[in-house]
Design a protein around this ligand. Structure first.
Ligand code: NAI
Length: 635
C-alpha cells in the first residue's frame, strides 16, 4: 500500500479485483479461526487486518473494488474500504457479512464502514441476519455504486475513477438515527426483536454488534478498536468454537462421498410409493435435474404427489420454463416401467416388512445390473428386508427425514450384507441431491431417531408427573433445541413416534410412554390430525402459558438421556465416530448448534459431571438414566 502511495508519477486511481473464477473473496479461511488460542492473540491479528484496510482507505488516490461472484466477510470489508464498488451482474454475485453464523461479527472495520455506507438500518440488517444479498438488492441498499454486465466490469471501474462522482451516503433519516441520544432507543427496539429469536447467553454475537453501534455510532478510531476487541473475545467463546466446529463438520459430511464422479451417480431414479416421503423425494430429485419415474398402486395415488411437486417447483424456481422442465422430468409410472432403466430404485411404501419384501421380490429381477435398491424405512433393519434378495449387497437404507425439502440430513444405512460399492453409490446419490449423508450401520432406530426418542419419551413422563406442557417445551427450547419435545412429537406425528418408540423399547428394554399409546388409540396423531399433545390450527399449536417454575432437574431430564443414548450408539459402533454422530444429530434434529452436538456438549460440561448427574436422575426416576458403560472411554 505504501509503495502505491509513493509511486511516481502517482496513479490516478486503484482498481482492486480478483482473478479467481468463483468470486472476489469468499471470506476468511475458517480453519484458521480454530488456531487462535486467546483473545489477545486474536486482537493482534484482527488489528493487523484492520490496519491494511485503513491504509487502503487512506490512499491518496481514489480506489474502486471490481467485484464478481462471492464477496463475503472480509472480502466485502475490503471492498467497503475502497472509495467505490462496482459489481458484475453474473448471476452468481453474492455480497454479505455472514459472520454471525459463526458466532462472531465483522472484524476488519465492517461494523463501522457498513453503517457509514448504507445507514444503520440496512447495515445492521445485513450483519444481524448474516444473509448475503444479490446484485440488484446490493445496488438498492447502497452497497455498490454500479451493477454491470461482466464484460463491462473493468471499463466501468475505470470510468468511475475518471468521473469521481460523490461517494454514496446513507439516507438522511439514518443520519438522525445514528445520533448519540437516539441510538439507545433504536438499539433497545432491535434488541427486543433479537431476543424473540435468539438468547444472548446462547448467541452473543448479534448483541455484541448492536452494543458496538450503540456505544460508538460507527465513528472514530475507538469504534475500530472496540470492534477488534469484541470479535477477538467472541472468537474464543464456546458458541463461536462450536459453530465453527459444526460448519467444519458439515464440510466433512459433504466430503464423505469423495470427489463427485464425472458422470452423475443417478441419472434416473425410480420411486415406489407416492405418499408423504416418496412423493417429496421424487419431487426433490426432479428439482435437482434427475429424471424420475414415480409409481404407486393407482394413478389416483400418484396425482397428489404431482400436484404437490408442481406447487413446489413454482415456489422454488422463479422461471416458469425451469419449473415446467422440472415437472417434465417427473413422470407418473403406475406400471413400473421405469424400474428397468433406473440407477437407483427407491422404495417408500408403507412401513411393513412383509409388504416391502414382497415388493423387492418383484423388483429385483427387473432391475438393471449395477442399479441399487434403496429403502426409506425408518425403523425396520436392513437385514430383515434383505433376507430374500438374490443379491442383498445392493440393498441400502437411504433414510430421508420429513419434510424432505427442509431436512438436510439423510442417513445412509448399511446392513450386514450391503456392499461398500452400494453404500458409496448411495453417498454420491445423496450429494447429487445436495443433501448431507450420514453413513451408519443398521441398528434399531439407526442414529437420529434413536437419539431423539429419549427426549420425547422423557417429556411424556414429566407430563405424566404433572409438569405442564408449556413448562416442558420451554425447557427444551431454553436449552437451545429448535422445538420443545412435545411440540416436536406432534410435528413428527404421534403414530410415527409410537412406532419408533416400540422398536426401541423392544431392542433396548425401554418403556413405551403410555400417553403415546393412548393418544394414538384415540387417533390424536398430532399436527396432521389436528390434535395431539396440542390442539393445532393452521399448522400451529395453540399454546397455554404457565406461570409454574420448571423443576430444577427438568432440563437435564430432557437432554441427558439423548447424550446417554448417543454414547450407547457409539459403543455399539452404529456410527463411525463421535464427530459424525454430533454432525448427524445437529443437522437432523437442530440440536442446539452453539453447543456443537450432544457429545461436544458432554465434553464441554465434563464427562464426570454428566455421569454424576445421570446417576442422580437414575436414583430419582429409574433405570432409564443409568449411565452407559462407554462414558469412561470418552474421558
Ligand atoms: P405414506 O403412507 O404416506 O405413503 C406410502 C405410499 O405407498 C402410499 O401412497 C401407498 O399407496 C403406497 N404403496 C403401498 N404399498 C405399495 C406397493 N406395493 N406398491 C406401490 N405403492 C405402494 O407413507 P410415508 O409416510 O411416505 O412413509 C413411507 C416410508 O417412509 C415408510 O417406510 C416410512 O417408515 C418411511 N418414513 C416416513 C417418514 C414420515 O415422517 N412419514 C419419515 C422417514 C421415513
Amino acid at each position: 500500500m505504501s509503495a502505491l502511495a509513493a509511486m511516481s508519477p502517482r496513479p490516478k486511481g486503484v482498481v482492486v479485483r480478483s482473478g479467481k473464477a468463483n468470486g472476489f473473496i469468499a471470506g476468511a479461511d475458517i480453519k484458521e479461526f480454530t488456531k487462535i488460542r486467546s483473545p489477545e492473540e486474536g486482537f493482534t491479528l484482527v488489528r493487523a487486518g484492520q490496519q491494511v484496510l485503513d491504509q487502503l482507505e487512506a490512499l491518496p488516490m481514489p480506489s474502486v473494488a471490481a467485484l464478481h461472484g462471492f464477496v463475503l466477510g472480509g472480502g466485502l470489508e475490503l471492498a467497503m474500504a475502497c472509495t467505490y464498488r462496482v459489481a458484475a451482474d453474473d448471476g452468481r454475485l453474492s455480497l454479505g457479512l455472514p459472520e454471525v453464523m459463526l458466532g462472531i461479527h465483522p472484524g476488519f472495520g465492517g461494523t463501522v464502514r457498513s453503517v457509514r455506507l448504507m445507514g444503520v438500518r440496512r447495515a445492521l440488517e445485513l450483519m444481524l441476519k448474516g444473509k448475503p444479498v444479490k446484485g440488484a438488492r446490493a445496488l438498492a441498499v447502497g452497497l455498490i455504486d454500479a451493477l454491470v454486465p461482466p464484460e463491462d466490469l473493468g471499463a466501468c471501474a475505470k470510468q468511475l475513477l475518471q468521473r469521481l462522482p460523490p461517494p454514496r451516503t446513507p439516507p438522511f433519516v439514518d443520519k438522525l438515527l445514528n445520533l448519540g441520544p437516539v441510538r439507545p432507543f433504536l438499539a433497545r427496539r432491535i434488541a427486543a426483536a433479537l431476543r424473540s429469536k435468539v438468547a444472548r447467553r446462547h448467541y452473543p454475537a448479534p448483541y455484541a454488534l448492536l452494543d458496538l453501534w450503540q456505544r460508538y455510532g460507527a465513528a472514530g478510531p475507538a469504534s475500530y478498536d472496540a470492534e477488534a476487541r469484541s470479535i477477538s473475545a467472541l472468537m474464543c467463546s464456546p458458541t463461536s468454537r462450536n459453530l465453527v466446529r459444526v460448519f467444519l463438520l458439515q464440510d466433512r459430511l459433504k466430503a464423505l462421498a469423495g470427489k463427485t464422479a464425472s458422470s452423475p451417480a443417478c441419472p434416473h431414479l425410480h420411486v415406489i410409493g407416492a405418499g408423504v416421503m416418496g412423493g417429496d423425494v421424487a419431487a426433490w430429485a426432479a428439482l435437482r435435474g434427475i429424471t424420475v419415474t414415480l409409481q404407486d398402486r393407482t394413478a389416483a395415488l400418484v396425482a397428489p404427489a404431482l400436484e404437490r411437486a408442481q406447487a413446489h417447483f413454482r415456489r422454488r424456481l422463479q422461471d416458469p420454463a425451469a419449473a415446467a422442465a422440472a415437472l417434465a422430468r417427473l413422470r407418473p409410472d403406475v406400471d413400473g416401467v421405469g424400474v428397468r432403466n433406473a440407477d437407483v430404485v427407491f422404495e417408500a411404501i408403507v412401513e411393513n416388512a412383509e409388504a416391502k419384501r414382497a415388493l423387492y421380490a418383484r423388483l429385483e429381477p427387473q432391475m438393471k445390473p449395477g442399479a441399487i435398491l434403496a429403502t426409506n424405512t425408518s425403523s425396520i433393519e436392513i437385514e430383515t428386508l434383505a433376507g430374500q434378495l438374490a443379491d442383498p449387497a445392493r440393498l441400502v437404507g437411504i433414510h430421508f427425514f420429513n419434510p424432505v425439502a427442509q431436512m438436510q440430513l439423510v442417513e445412509i444405512v448399511s446392513g450386514a450384507a450391503t456392499s461398500p460399492a452400494t453404500a458409496q453409490r448411495a453417498l454420491l446419490f445423496t450429494r447429487q441431491l445436495d443433501k448431507l449423508p450420514l453413513p451408519c450401520r443398521s441398528a434399531p432406530g439407526f442414529v437420529v431417531n434413536r437419539i431423539l426418542m429419549p427426549y420425547i419419551n422423557e417429556a411424556t413422563f414429566a407430563l405424566d408427573g404433572g409438569v405442564p406442557i408449556a413448562v416442558i417445551d420451554a425447557s427444551g427450547k431454553g436449552f437451545g433445541m429448535p422445538m420443545g419435545p412435545l411440540e416436536l412429537a406432534d410435528w413428527v406425528g404421534l403414530d410415527v413416534c409410537l412406532n419408533v418408540g416400540q422398536v426401541l423399547a423392544q431392542a433396548f428394554q425401554r418403556p413405551v410412554p403410555p400417553v403415546l399409546t393412548r393418544l394414538v388409540g384415540e387417533e390424536k396423531l398430532g399436527r396432521k390430525s389436528g390434535e395431539g399433545f396440542y390442539v393445532w390450527r393452521d399448522d400451529k399449536p395453540l399454546r397455554h402459558a404457565s406461570a409454574q417454575a420448571p423443576p430444577e432437574d427438568l432440563e437435564d431430564r430432557l437432554i441427558l438421556p439423548m447424550l446417554n443414548e448417543a454414547v450407547a450408539a457409539l459403543r455399539e459402533g452404529v456410527i463411525g465416530d463421535a464427530d459424525l454422530l454430533d454432525a448427524g444429530v445437529v443437522f437432523a434434529t437442530g440440536f442446539a448448534p452453539f453447543r456443537g452436538g450432544p457429545l461436544q456438549y458432554a465434553r464441554d460440561r465434563g464427562i464426570g459431571e454428566i455421569t454424576r448427574r445421570l446417576r442422580e436422575l437414575q436414583q430419582r426416576y429409574g433405570e432409564r438414566f443409568r449411565p452407559d458403560s462407554h462414558w469412561d472411554a470418552l474421558r
